[in-house]
Design a protein around this ligand. Structure first.
Ligand SMILES: [Zn+2]
Length: 483
């Protein structure tokens, strides 16, 4: 009987899955909830077999909706056009010319962020984070000062918890070492800088619980130098960076064949952590979890808070660290063990990236503002704003979450370290089938540091997340074995 029942469950689940796969493929360009649809259908029957409530997205609250409405596509457009008008922002270009080059761009970004900080009541500080990069052939042939411009909005209750959003303000043309030719870098990456700067402006007057950092970094095109410097500084200071997002090439939704997908943003999130040690890899081989890195939990969190009517966007999570042959500023953060991911437009047009501005056989090349879609960038900014606000107003990610494995049982014991957020209300244990891509169920366990679940740890994946007094849920932490 039991065997028959589980066979029935298995069969109906498979049928539901393939039906959902078909319908989500048919809807993929328009449906915001195609994955939600398939996971709902797939778990309908599984529900009977496990405890807890079905997980649902976290809806934006009134303050977040107000933030999203304040994001201004005209300001974003003005920022992209202003940055492009510096001619080139190549890392090796002039740092002293007041009109043209990376130095002029750096000073303008600093002044704009300082204007935002003026409205923060002293809670936002802007700094030039400079260091001298020694020659690093081939792309840094001579010692070069690299400067990140960084605005830090101090958290009101847990300032030691930090979330970072960035774009890179350096640019390049066809030759990666040419520091004089025009390199407008509108899409790559004035668009990402415009996102970070617009968030700084809108968030400056508000009071998130945790600290948010809005960064315009340099040296990306020469080898991720600015972001690496920043991540290293955080690491050596022992800073608790719980999430970092790079926005790089978020300026257009149009592919080179003309395909448009203006309501989708890609989010690249790695599986096996870049910083994983051989000992950690041994554990992962033994118990699974290659789809459960901190960055993957972050990607799931982004979908749950930022894919809705208020952002008007679908987040297409890509299960890899970055695109083929490419890298970005999230990677140095991953190298330091910080959870990080990269937002990038849904399609790319390589005629508009890393190209000298020119016309060839009637075709225009170059990374010009006219190829940008400013309402699209504003929607990307809303996805980022929903993410950063939700992270910084929810409790942090639980720490030291462990699954007891000292005896063979058919249930599951989880333990974790107590959180210190003053607004913490309690915890939830989440779980899903090992083959499901996102968490499907949440079990409320209250303000405790351990939970026993009547479900075998051998058959499903578990996680733990914190719940704030305001009802907001933080990102999930995936347990490691405790024997
Ligand atoms: Zn870039």
């Amino acid at each position: 009987m039991a065997e028959e029942r589980s066979r029935r469950v298995f069969l109906s689940t498979s049928a539901a899955l393939s039906a959902a796969t078909l319908s989500s493929t048919a809807l993929s360009s328009t449906a915001l909830s195609s994955t939600a649809l398939s996971s709902t259908a797939a778990t309908e029957e599984l529900d009977e077999r496990g405890p807890g409530e079905r997980l649902s997205p976290q809806r934006p609250d009134a303050e977040l909706r107000a933030i999203l409405r304040e994001i201004d596509e005209h300001r974003i457009e003005a920022t992209v056009r202003r940055l492009a008008a510096f001619g080139t922002r190549h890392t090796l270009s002039s740092q002293t010319d007041p009109v043209r080059g990376i130095g002029a761009a750096r000073d303008w970004i600093f002044a704009e962020l300082a204007k935002s900080a003026e409205r923060s009541g002293g809670r936002m500080k802007v700094e030039s984070q400079s260091y001298l990069q020694q020659p690093a052939p081939p792309r840094i042939p001579v010692a070069t000062t690299i400067t990140n411009v960084v605005a830090t909005l101090r958290g009101s209750t847990t300032p030691e918890r930090v979330y970072v959003v960035s774009g890179h303000y350096d640019s390049r043309c066809s030759d990666p070492l040419d520091a004089t030719k025009d390199a407008p870098g509108a899409d790559d990456d004035a668009s990402g800088v415009a996102v970070a700067m617009e968030l700084a402006r809108v968030f400056a007057t508000r009071r998130p619980a945790a600290t948010i950092v809005f960064a315009a970094v340099a040296g990306e095109e020469q080898g991720l130098f600015g972001a690496r410097h920043m991540a290293t500084l955080y690491k050596s200071a022992g800073t608790n960076v719980q999430a970092m997002f790079s926005n790089d090439i978020v300026g257009s939704s149009r592919a080179d064949d003309g395909t448009r997908d203006p309501r989708t943003i890609r989010l690249f999130a790695e599986g096996v952590p870049t910083s994983e040690t051989p000992a950690q890899a041994d554990i992962r081989r033994a118990v699974g979890g290659e789809n459960d890195s901190p960055s993957r939990q972050l990607a799931r969190f982004v979908r749950s808070v930022a894919e809705n009517d208020a952002t008007g966007m679908a987040v297409r999570v890509i299960h890899r660290r970055d695109r083929y042959l490419r890298g970005g500023d999230h990677i140095p953060f991953l190298e330091q063990g910080y959870p990080a991911a990269r937002f990038t437009e849904p399609h790319e047009d390589y005629a508009h990236q890393h190209q000298d501005v020119r016309v060839e056989n009637g075709r225009r090349f170059g990374d010009l503002p006219e190829f940008c879609d400013f309402p699209f960038i504003a929607r990307v900014a809303r996805v980022n704003a929903a993410t950063m606000w939700s992270l910084a107003t929810a409790p942090g990610t639980p720490e030291d979450v462990r699954i007891r494995t000292n005896r063979l049982t058919n249930d599951t014991d989880l333990v974790w370290r107590p959180g210190t957020d003053p607004d913490l209300a309690g915890y939830e244990v989440v779980w899903r089938e090992t083959t499901a891509s996102d968490w499907t169920h949440a079990i409320k366990v209250g303000d405790t540091t351990e939970a026993k679940v009547d479900l075998s740890k051998d058959n499903v994946f578990f996680g733990v997340r914190a719940v704030g007094k305001n009802g907001r849920r933080g990102p999930v932490a995936f347990p490691t074995p405790l024997s």
